[in-house]
Design a protein around this ligand. Structure first.
Ligand code: ADP
Length: 542
């Protein structure tokens, strides 16, 4: 017997309709690319999104078409997402930090028809224009006063284009499983692969990822999504903030410590989310300028491992709670958040810090397991590590255009490519990406663990650990560091510092100083490039 409840399709535009009605006066504040701070309300934003939808449909954009955005976090970018999905088309977020050839590759792979861009990226696009045959029109997110001359095909200033619509338009109707968004993973091996979100998965992801125990959003929240809309679906904040009626403070193009600090304070931000590198810049600024944070209460840190020293600095020096989170583009992207359950509460701050350095537990809607090479489930004892697999209604079941083939196992689980432990309370800890783990004498060494400890050394700005070939042990760890300005730590300094913290056989065999560690477009340490840079390197003992 089936239940007798309504089929109420989980569509994204229902979120902005809700925000426009129930939280109509709530603000979305942006640091515009042109410079000044701009303010709109959810009511305005919904009205403008309807105009985007109306205007796009007049341009012939329809169900299933892909529309690219190459833009910073601003209200304009947000309303464009809602406008695109409101006609059943698909927002395709392009990461401007990719190389121009990679941008061309994914735009062509997606066959995007229209491209919305910020002024910042006109030079990149002008260099690529001949290589983007599918783009019929470039819409520049600015007004006519700021619109430069450009040779981009059918280029138009967004505000002029939008002014041609009156907003008297109804959202299109379609199934909740209709595709809504497309985001390519950075593809450190092989070509990038497109993750295709649906309306349903985005709505469910907002419900899954928010709450007192996850991303704490409410109408009283002032949230700054520093994580870009082009990075892993903005960690869902483009949907969860309006769904919860939270104020949004969009930082635009300026993510340096001083700019982020200024907006945090002037807009009374109490919750924010970003990758560790952004927080590193903020903390460095706060320390240098001797500033305090007067309103910020909670930060979610994810995308790469958050070093314990960063958690300690936020919590003890600035009174800001850190929730370490993990996820990936394929998971919409939240997979776990580090809220402390009563069962896991610890006495000493050092024990709390150990727990908070783990990546948290999976919320309802994310199933998790760790398995060995024969796919046997491993115990949740906090020690045994294995490949991390996940399942849930906001987890990918295939990539766009079938790229990469079948990605689920016989039980419907997706292999994240991460290696992790899970403890008795459900807290998961990432050991490494499977391809970065160091295999020494048949055992695994976690590069992330050593890096986390190494950046705790007062002379170290950034640290990376890679495996290098060893005649006897197969691989041994090499520590690569970027020292803090004016500091010159020796290998002995670092090894002495690490000694009480890690097992003897984990101790790196050598340390090398570099001026810079390479990063991927999403701000992660690019281990592939780093290994390449050290491919001719020989360990002293070898
Ligand atoms: P990309 O590969 O394009 O950078 P993602 O943002 O989807 O895209 O990267 C997901 C990966 O990032 C995860 O599989 C994991 O390896 C890593 N990651 C994310 N959050 C954390 C975290 N808190 N700690 C350690 N690794 C993390």
């Amino acid at each position: 017997m089936l239940g007798l409840m309504q089929d109420w399709p989980l569509l994204i535009h229902k979120i902005i309709d809700f925000a426009g009605v129930q939280h109509g006066a709530q603000e979305v504040v942006s640091r515009s690319v042109e410079g000044p701070i701009q303010r709109v309300t959810y009511r305005d934003l919904r009205g403008r999104a309807l105009k985007v939808a109306q205007r796009l449909s007049r341009d012939g954009i329809k169900l299933g078409d892909r529309v690219a955005t190459l833009a910073w976090n601003t209200a304009r970018h947000l309303e464009v997402w809602y406008g695109i999905t409101g006609v059943g088309a698909i927002y395709h977020t392009v990461n401007p930090r990719l190389f121009p050839e990679q941008i061309a590759w994914i735009v062509n792979h997606a066959a995007d028809r229209v491209l919305f861009t910020d002024l910042t990226f006109l030079p990149i696009l002008e260099g690529l224009a001949d290589k983007l045959p599918s783009i019929e029109r470039f819409i520049v997110l600015t007004d006519s006063a700021h619109m430069p001359a450009t040779r981009l095909r059918n280029a138009v200033a967004y505000e002029d284009w939008l002014a041609e619509a009156d907003g008297d338009f109804a959202w299109a109707e379609f199934d909740e499983n209709t595709a809504a968004g497309l985001c390519y993973t950075s593809g450190t091996t092989g070509n990038p692969k497109g993750v295709l979100y649906s309306h349903r998965s985005n709505v469910l992801h907002s419900l899954i990822s928010t709450g007192l125990d996850a991303l704490p959003l409410a109408p009283s929240t002032s949230c700054m999504p520093v994580v870009p809309l082009f990075h892993a679906n903005s960690w869902g904040l483009a949907f969860s903030c309006p769904m919860k009626g939270a104020k949004m403070v969009m930082p635009g193009a300026k993510l340096d410590g001083a700019s982020v600090f200024e907006l945090l304070e002037t807009e009374k931000v109490d919750f924010s989310a970003a990758v560790p590198t952004v927080w590193l810049m903020l903390l460095a600024y706060l320390q240098k300028e001797q500033k305090t944070l007067s309103t910020l209460k909670v930060v979610v840190i994810g995308g790469s491992a958050c070093p314990p020293e960063m958690i300690r600095a936020f919590e003890q020096d600035y009174g800001v709670e850190v929730r370490h989170a993990w996820g990936m583009t394929e998971m919409s992207p939240i997979g776990s958040v580090g809220y402390i359950k009563p069962a896991a509460r610890a006495e000493s701050y050092e024990d709390v810090l150990k727990l908070k350095s783990k990546q948290g537990f999976a919320p309802f809607g994310v199933e998790m397991k760790i398995v060995d090479d024969s796919d046997k489930a491993l115990p949740w004892d906090g020690k045994t590590f294995g490949r991390l697999k996940v399942a849930g209604p906001a987890v990918a079941k295939a990539y766009f255009k079938g790229e990469g083939g079948d990605i689920l196992d016989a039980n419907g689980f997706f292999d994240t490519g991460d290696v992790a432990t899970i403890d008795a309370n459900g807290y998961m800890q990432i050991t490494d990406r499977a391809k970065d783990v160091i295999k020494s004498g048949g055992e695994w060494i976690s590069s992330i663990d050593i890096e986390n400890f190494a950046v705790g050394h007062p002379d170290v700005a950034e640290a990376a650990v890679i495996g290098v070939p060893h005649h006897k042990w197969d691989e041994r760890p090499l520590l690569v560091i970027v020292p803090k300005e004016g500091r010159k730590p020796t290998p002995q300094d670092l090894f002495e510092f690490l000694k009480p913290k890690i097992a003897k056989w984990w101790m790196p065999d050598d340390m090398q100083i570099v001026a810079e560690i390479p990063h991927t477009a999403t701000g992660k340490i690019n281990k592939l490039k780093l290994r390449e840079a050290f491919k001719d390197y020989k360990l002293p003992a070898a």
